[in-house]
Design a protein around this ligand. Structure first.
Ligand code: TLP
Length: 352
């Protein structure tokens, strides 16, 4: 049986072209600044998001951590969306390692309101931690892959400038946002001082994320990356796949978005679950199974027995992330399996 893999776009496998590029990559010692393939990837990544420089890191989590370390001194306050990945899923590294104090602002499906951010930035006062950075997430993972549009970004940037703080974007899926908005990623990134994006999600590279910003910021980030153990040696083997990811894998993200929409539409009428179509803007479908009388883990286990893997958002949330291994032909099969699990529990009558 072919698995339908919707747990995450991080599960995408490298393409044949990536494997060839990795095998043939010209490499050197990157800590010495001598890996030509890493140098090429960093230049390409900077160009794609319209920044002066970029840095290759092993993961999005490390890239966000290094960004926070570079923007904030220990004890500084950073404004984050309440469900942001940096806050929710990164082991508290921003505080445990970077020493930053989070101040959370609730967005609407992850999208921040500039007025709420303005209100959260406190004035200088002897009692307060100084606020030095605002982080935005685009697309927003827990929001359901939602996009922060250009006018909102411009307004967030204006607030940050007004208050003299920097802006970092967790753009793990910035290319999904760019495809959804029909703009280049650089048009999105123009509103932030630094941007992190992942090569290893929908773009299918096996490993790696980029942090981009101005040259001075990236020089400082490079040192911070070394401090947290992210100095890699012949990393060109990995960078080679990243170059293919950036050159060949961006435009096809539109297929993932179309398949997510088709899946969401197929689920709207399934009794027992709730899906909000308005949040399906990119490659994620989030749905709630609260009425079935079971929890997310049980739903995921039963669905897995039908050959479909999704991730959980306990207690009753489920997430399906479309990716290049999930084709238009798989939509109906996935929807049918979800419907079957729902019908089983509705028939048992344990639902509310
Ligand atoms: N997200 C993963 C899990 O960690 C939840 C996923 O499956 O979606 N920022 C955002 C917005 C992300 O979604 C992720 C990964 C990261 C950062 C971290 O990237 P990695 O996994 O490379 O450390």
């Amino acid at each position: 049986m072919k698995w339908i893999e919707l747990r995450s776009d991080t599960l995408t496998l490298p393409t044949e072209e990536m494997r060839d590029a990795m095998r043939n990559a010209e490499v050197g010692d990157d800590v010495w600044g001598e890996d030509p393939t890493v140098i090429r990837l960093e230049a390409l990544a900077a160009e794609k998001v319209g920044k002066e420089a970029a840095l290759f890191l092993p993961s999005g989590t490390m890239a966000n951590l290094v960004a926070v370390m570079t923007h904030c001194s220990r004890g500084d306050e950073i404004i984050l969306e309440a469900e942001s990945h940096i806050y929710y899923y990164e082991v508290g590294g921003m505080s445990a390692v970077a020493g930053a104090v989070p101040r959370l602002v609730c967005g609407k499906n992850g999208v921040l309101d500039p007025d709420d951010v303005r209100a959260a930035i406190r004035e200088t006062n002897i009692h307060y931690a100084p606020t030095t950075c605002l982080a935005v997430e685009n697309t927003h993972n827990r929001g359901g892959g939602t996009v922060t549009d250009l006018s909102t970004l411009a307004a967030l940037r204006a607030v940050a400038r007004e208050r003299g703080i920097s802006i970092h974007m967790d753009g793990a899926r910035i290319f999904n946002a760019a495809v959804a908005l029909g703009v280049d990623a650089s048009e999105i990134a123009q509103y932030v001082d630094s941007v992190m994006f992942c090569l290893s999600k929908g773009l299918s590279a096996p490993v790696g994320s980029m942090l981009a910003g101005d040259a001075d910021f990236i020089a400082r980030a490079r040192k911070n990356r070394k401090m947290v153990g992210g100095g890699m040696r012949q990393a060109g083997v990995l960078a080679a796949a990243g170059i293919v990811a950036l050159e060949k894998m961006v435009d096809r993200l539109a297929d993932d978005h179309g398949n997510a929409r088709a899946l969401a539409e197929a689920l709207v009428d399934v009794a027992g679950i709730e899906v909000d179509l308005s949040t399906v803007e990119t490659n994620m479908v989030v749905f709630d199974i609260g009425r079935l009388g079971i929890d997310s883990d049980q739903f995921a286990a039963e669905l897995s027995a039908e050959g479909v893997r999704v991730s959980t958002r306990p207690p009753h949330g489920m997430r399906a992330v479309t990716n290049r291994h999930f084709t238009a032909d798989d939509v109906e099969r996935a929807a049918r399996a979800i419907r079957m699990v729902c019908e089983r529990h509705l028939a048992l009558g344990r639902h509310a």
